[in-house]
Ligand binder design. Sequence first.
Ligand code: ZN
Length: 287
Amino acid sequence: MEPFVQRHRRDEAKEASLFLLESWVKEKDGLTAGFTGRGGGKSGEPWASLNLGLHVGDRDADVVDNRRRLTEALGWPAEAFVCGEQVHGCAVQAVGAADAGRGLSSRATAVPDTDALMTDEPGVLLVSLYADCVPLYFWDPVREAVALAHAGWKGTVLEIARRTVEAMAERYGSVPADIRAAIGPSIGPCCYEVDEPVLERVRPLLAELAEAGIVRLAETIEPSSPGHGRLNLKELNRQIMIKAGILPTRIECSEWCTGCRRDLFFSHRMEGGRTGRMASWIGMKGR
Ligand SMILES: [Zn+2]
């Protein structure tokens, strides 16, 4: 069953399009987690309309307005928003209430050079931005900590999923087997053909996963035209999570492909790079 469920909107023009990570949200009072769609925002073409990225040429005022539509739809204050300046790296940064508001209205205040954020403090809404890359969600219900990581092929190869689990263990005492994980809407192998230089960077990781007895190669790279392959980044990240100690039964994986469903999502690859950005979010409300 698809874990990211599209929320019904009363006013499609003015209400942010949201896909809620339904089982988590239903299970835990005060926990919010999900992914945005492209509808219900203020931006014009080619960012129409719920563009949440300040770095793609759109008007800043529209982007900030869109971000406020997101927090409003969640019933959270906009000032709880925290995002990082994503660089396709593997740094994991812990944030807390003192960081609330960072990156909301300006890139200059975003947490620098970081693709993964984590917190154990309520009232902090972790946010990261996407157009095809894979959003990874982590929730430790025992230590009451959450994390988000942004994984394109580079972050995947750098094993940002494993590094996030390790950082949660170190900082919050999380036991990997307690951690729940989810893999959000992103580009599927159907729309993601890569060339040999990328495949070359992925192979050592596959060898390592194979050695650990986890890898299912056929589901990860499918040969296509000569020198090319279709890469399944979602499956690859799922395997890295398993290697990091998360139980397979505690990982939920979205079927939504951002490339196939341009009616619902932005796709950097399918729209020639001129498009908006979606957001993943996770946060715990205080009592
Ligand atoms: Zn597709």
